[in-house]
Design a protein around this ligand. Structure first.
Ligand code: NAI
Ligand SMILES: CCCCC/C=C\C=C\C(=O)C/C=C\C/C=C\CCCC(=O)O
Length: 272
């Protein structure tokens, strides 16, 4: 099995000021990353996280304010990272928001979906070996929300299956052979971060919001951030180009590419 190494890599993480993204920053620094660049809309939190990481790991973390729902912010931030570090080896498209309410869903969708697409395309252009780049890894954060059918937050669920399908289609042969870019997708189950706060306000309808809060309280097993970080780092080390992974309930990370491939084969068989 081929192994990939975080040593000496420059890693860009969107939404890295807090939650899972901050955990991934720490995880990559612990595994030898040369630099970690955190892009986030939350400036104070981002600066505080970078200060904490720099104290622990010796000035390897940088914060750049960036609203990933805004194309001009993405361009400015991406160019700033390249001007400073010259090369980006790993992009973790992590920024996300569960906000299906009538006044928030459109921006949330821009964050979860368009922002991720934009960073992926910029990453592909920069990294592709067939146009002079050095190759690299792009990690797209999906969710078990892409794998289950639940009525509570359909806009969030839609954005997460879009992330999964975009990533698997992009990574189809001969993408890796041509570009040297490994696309990895990971579906996390419910994990203990701020996304779980005010859960009853996350739906497009108050009744569904209340039901969701009750179910999360009574039925869901919350994963620890550390388990999700361990899962992502392990996937980074062993994940084949184009592979899809699952991390739930503090269990070891598991590759689910064959299951997803089978499901799509079933769909394709419908047209034959
Ligand atoms: N926590 C969970 O249960 C799960 C989370 N995920 C996904 O993991 C990713 C991270 O989520 P969490 O850490 O749980 O959430 P979180 O709410 O704790 O952190 C999200 C981070 O993204 C940043 N962010 C939000 N909008 C932004 C914008 N417009 N531009 C830049 N940054 C922005 C926030 O400031 C925050 O630092 C998301 O994509 C989420 O959908 C996936 C499955 C489960
Ligand atoms: C469907 C809404 C769940 C809301 C819980 C709060 C945040 C979760 C964010 C996620 O991205 C996870 C999404 C959905 C979980 C769906 C099913 C649970 C399956 C088991 C598990 O994930 O642990």
């Amino acid at each position: 099995m081929e192994q990939w190494d975080a040593n000496d890599k420059t890693v860009l993480i969107t939404g890295g000021a807090s939650g899972l993204g901050a955990g991934f920053a720490e995880g990559f620094l612990k595994h030898g990353a040369k630099n970690v660049v955190i892009l986030d809309i939350a400036e104070e939190l981002g600066k505080a996280t970078v200060e904490r990481l720099n104290k622990a790991h010796g000035n390897k973390a940088v914060f750049i304010k960036c609203d990933v729902s805004k194309e001009e912010d993405i361009t400015r931030a991406f160019d700033a990272v390249l001007a400073h570090f010259k090369q980006i080896d790993v992009i973790i498209n992590n920024a996300g928001n569960m906000a299906d309410a009538p006044d928030t869903w459109r921006t949330a969708t821009d964050v979860n979906w368009q922002g991720l697409v934009s960073f992926t395309l910029k990453g592909v252009k920069h990294m592709r070996k067939d146009e002079g780049g050095a190759g690299g890894t792009i990690i797209n954060i999906s969710s078990t929300a892409a794998l289950v059918k639940l009525p509570f937050v359909p806009i969030y669920e839609g954005s997460k299956i879009a992330v999964l399908h975009f990533s698997q289609c992009l990574a189809m042969d001969p993408f890796y052979e041509d570009t040297g870019i490994r696309v990895l997708t990971i579906c996390f189950g419910t994990t203990d971060t701020a996304i779980l706060q005010n859960i009853e306000t996350r739906s497009y309808h108050p009744k569904l919001g209340k039901m969701l809060a009750a179910i999360v309280e009574s039925k869901f097993v919350l994963q620890k951030v550390e388990s999700a970080v361990t899962a992502l780092v392990e996937m980074f080390k062993i994940g084949a180009p184009g592979s899809i992974w699952l991390s739930v309930e503090n269990k070891p990370v598991r590759e689910i590419t064959p299951t997803i491939d089978r499901a799509f084969k079933d769909f394709e068989n419908l047209f034959i």
